[in-house]
Structure formats: structure tokens, C-alpha cells
Write a protein that binds this ligand. Structure first.
Ligand code: NAD
Ligand code: DAU
Length: 364
């Protein structure tokens, strides 16, 4: 069956990877990408795809009801995959208001437009909402990983805004009969990730010989998921999940932040030790002057309310839909470092924009 998708936030990190992934697997489908191109959105992430006749990019805000309504109708969209959001916890601490606007109001507007376009016509449809493990709160060291029935306990403005959006999606399913699914995933990493997040931030800082800021004692734990595994899971859910279901998606790889950054440093050192070209291209990288990347690790003030541990139990998705995460963390980190080395012009462009102000404001 041919689908006609609206991918919101499709010029951001995960949305762009998902647009590439979907097109690779289902090139017959029509895709409309709707993205406001905020600081984290980047048309370059999907530009190459937009030359194919099947993919259209529209710059716009999900809060603009008339725009969303028009797109759903003129493109006869039957599937929405909703990634658009403000996504960075630290920014939500500096300014929660934008998170309520984009994540809560934005989701509500999208739901209203979907309801108006789909429910009166009886069209077969699906609204898939991308959420996060952060809605479940923080785990102790011995607690079992989050299952789909774990009570909600969001603890940052970002997590609270995502929890609110999850509740809205379920409410539109229950009250109006909207056909929806939700996925709550762990920390993604991979190509196109905006360098405000830990892994790309550390990769670029190592290349330039800048400090690697580790919050608090570095012992907070995250469950790392390669973005390609996440995209495969979302496609599986959109294609085969019954309506009204929630699915947890994790990588099964818990690491303390300090261990993760040490692994990342080792991956960079190994590549530089093998390559004179890299040492010449990045003279400020520690490995270019006989030092080790881990020497740049610097402990800094902790994030307020910093959640101690997230871990995801993906067994429901594995057992019922056959999900298997395929990218092991060591291999995924290596591939991610290699992607940033191969795409210098991409990240040089990113570093020259609003990002500079963020780094100045947040790290001083
Ligand atoms: P990102 O910040 O890289 O990208 C977000 C995209 O949404 C950007 O392209 C931005 O321009 C767009 N956007 C923001 N507000 C918009 C608006 N009002 N209208 C239209 N577009 C708008 O984020 P990401 O890391 O790719 O995250 C995508 C989704 O996945 C988010 O919903 C996030 O909550 C969720 N998520 C992310 C992770 C992760 O590790 N990155 C983990 C779990 C869940
Ligand atoms: O768990 C899923 C969530 O993962 C997503 O919902 C969010 O959108 C995504 O941003 C991510 O949130 P985190 O806060 O876990 O990701 P971040 O990369 O900001 O931080 C990862 C860990 O590293 C976290 O414990 C904070 C720490 N950290 C982060 C930065 C930016 C540092 O120690 N130093 C830093 O400079």
C-alpha cells in the first residue's frame, strides 16, 4: 500500500535520518517534510532527497493550523510521523516557555488538524508520535528498566512538555477515535546530530582541542540508541502496530557519561593514530600532538535536577513486532566519529550560526 506521509521536524537530527530511512525502504511513498528550521533544523540534512519528485519540503511551524490543514488536504496525507519539538533539556532549563509552545501547543494544533482532515472523511490514517524515556523520570541504580506501563514522572521542563504531548495524543485517540501510536525512546546518536548534545559536542570539542564538559560526577547513566535502529523501529511500528499502542525503544546499552566519553575519546585517538592526514587536518586535536583526547575531560557544574539514570525495556517491541537493535555502541561511536570527520563542511556551517551564542551562554 502506498502511503502519503507528513514528517514534522524532518530537517532535525532524528527526523532527517528517518526521512532518509523511509525513502530508502519505501521510495514509492510520498513524503512531505514540515519543519520550521529553528536553530536545530537544517535543510542541508535532507536537501539531496528533495530533488527526487516524491519528497517535498515545506518550511513552516506546526502551530500554524491553516498551513497544516492545507498540507494534509492538498497532499492527501494519511500518515503523520511527528518529530518536531524543542529537544534539549538544558535549553528547557534556560527557557521553558518555548518548550510548552512547540511541544504542547504544537502537538495539539497538529492533532486538531489531523482530526479535522481524517475523522470526518473516515480515511484510513495513522498519527505516530515520537516521545522520550524522560517522561518516566529517573531510575535508581538497581531499578529495572522502564516498561511501557511505568508511571509518568517528568522532572525537567522538556520532559514535562513531552509528557503533556503524550497525554494529548492518547486523549485524542480516546475521545475522538484518532488512530495513533506512540514510541518512547532512549538517547539517540549518529549523523546530523546537533552539537548541543553530549556525543557530537564532545566529538567536535576533541577535534578542536577544547574541554569536554562533564556535568557533576559523570556517573549519570543513559541508554544509547543508534539513530538508524530508532528509525527502523519507528517504521516497524508505523507499518505494523495496531492503533492505540505505546512502544519503548532502547539500544540496550547503558553507560555512565564518563565511560561513554572515555570510549569516544579512545575512538578518536585510534583514528588519528592511524592517519597522518587527520593529524594534519586537525592540529589542535590532542592525538595530533602526541597527547590523548581524555586529557580534555573537565568536570563542570551539574545540570539542575539532573536525572540520574534512564534505561529502557524494549521487550514488548522485540517480542511482538520483531525489533532488534543492530548497531553495537562501540561500532556506532566509531561510525559517528567517522561521519563527523567526513562531513566537516556540515558542522562548520552549524558552528557558525546560533550555536555560538548557545555555547557562550551555557558554558561561559
Ligand atoms: P532536534 O532538535 O534535532 O530537531 C527538532 C526539529 O524540529 C528541528 O528540525 C526543528 O527545526 C523542528 N521544530 C522545532 N519546533 C518546531 C515547530 N514549532 N514547528 C516545526 N518544526 C519545529 O531534535 P531530535 O533530537 O531530532 O528529536 C526529534 C524528536 O525525538 C523530538 O520530539 C524529541 O523529543 C524526540 N526524542 C529525541 C531523542 C534524542 O536522543 N535526540 C530521544 C528521545 C526522543
Ligand atoms: O533520553 C532521551 C533524551 O535524550 C531525549 O528525549 C532528549 O531530546 C535528548 O536531548 C537526550 O537528553 P539528555 O539530557 O540525556 O541528552 P544530552 O546529550 O543533553 O546529555 C546526555 C547526558 O550527558 C546527560 O546526563 C547530561 C550529560 N551532559 C550533557 C552535556 C550537553 C554532560 O555531562 N555535559 C554536557 O555538556
Amino acid at each position: 500500500m502506498q502511503r502519503r506521509l507528513l514528517i514534522t521536524g524532518g530537517a532535525g537530527f532524528i527526523g532527517a535520518n528517518f526521512t532518509h530511512h523511509w525513502h530508502r525502504h519505501r521510495s514509492q511513498d510520498r513524503i512531505v517534510v514540515l519543519d520550521a528550521l529553528t536553530y536545530a533544523g537544517n535543510f542541508a540534512n535532507i536537501e539531496a532527497l528533495c530533488t527526487t519528485g516524491n519528497i517535498r519540503f515545506v518550511r513552516g511551524d506546526i502551530r500554524e493550523y491553516d498551513l497544516v490543514d492545507k498540507l494534509l488536504r492538498e497532499e492527501q496525507i494519511d500518515t503523520i510521523v511527528h518529530f518536531a519539538a524543542e529537544s534539549h533539556v538544558d535549553r528547557s532549563i534556560h527557557g521553558p516557555a518555548e518548550f510548552i509552545q512547540a511541544n504542547v501547543v504544537g502537538t495539539q494544533v497538529l492533532l486538531d488538524a489531523a482530526r479535522a482532515a481524517w475523522l470526518r472523511t473516515g480515511i484510513h490514517h495513522r498519527f505516530h508520535h515520537i516521545s522520550t524515556d524522560e517522561v518516566y523520570g529517573s531510575l535508581g541504580p538497581e531499578d529495572p528498566p522502564f516498561t511501557e506501563t511505568h508511571p509518568y514522572d517528568p522532572r525537567s521542563p522538556y520532559a514535562a512538555s513531552k509528557a503533556a504531548s503524550d497525554h494529548l495524543v492518547r486523549a485524542y485517540g480516546n475521545t475522538f477515535g484518532l488512530d495513533y501510536t506512540i514510541s518512547n525512546c532512549s538517547n539517540n546518536y549518529g549523523p546530523y546530530q546537533f552539537p548541543e548534545k553530549l556525543i557530537p559536542l564532545c566529538i567536535l570539542n576533541v577535534l578542536e582541542g577544547r574541554a569536554l564538559p562533564i556535568y557533576g560526577d559523570g556517573l549519570n547513566v543513559r541508554d544509547w540508541l543508534h539513530v538508524e535502529d530508532h528509525c527502523a523501529a519507528v517504521r516497524l511500528i508505523v507499518e505494523s502496530s495496531p492503533a492505540g499502542r505505546t512502544w519503548n525503544v532502547g539500544g540496550g546499552t547503558e553507560r555512565t557519561n564518563i565511560a561513554l566519553v572515555q570510549d569516544l575519546c579512545a575512538a578518536v585517538d585510534a583514528l588519528f593514530d592511524e592517519s597522518r592526514t587527520l593529524r594534519e587536518r586537525f592540529p589542535n586535536c590532542p592525538a595530533s600532538r602526541g597527547a590523548r583526547a581524555a586529557e580534555l575531560i573537565t568536570y563542570v557544574k551539574d545540570r539542575p535536577g539532573h536525572d540520574r539514570r534512564y534505561a529502557i525495556d524494549s521487550r514488548r517491541l522485540e517480542q511482538e513486532l520483531g525489533y532488534v537493535p543492530r548497531v553495537a555502541l562501540t561500532e556506532g561511536l566509531k561510525r559517528t566519529v567517522a561521519w563527523f570527520l567526513d562531513n566537516e563542511s556540515w558542522w562548520r556551517g552549524v558552528l557558525s550560526g546560533e550555536y555560538k551564542h548557545w555555547v557562550q551562554r551555557h558554558y561561559g
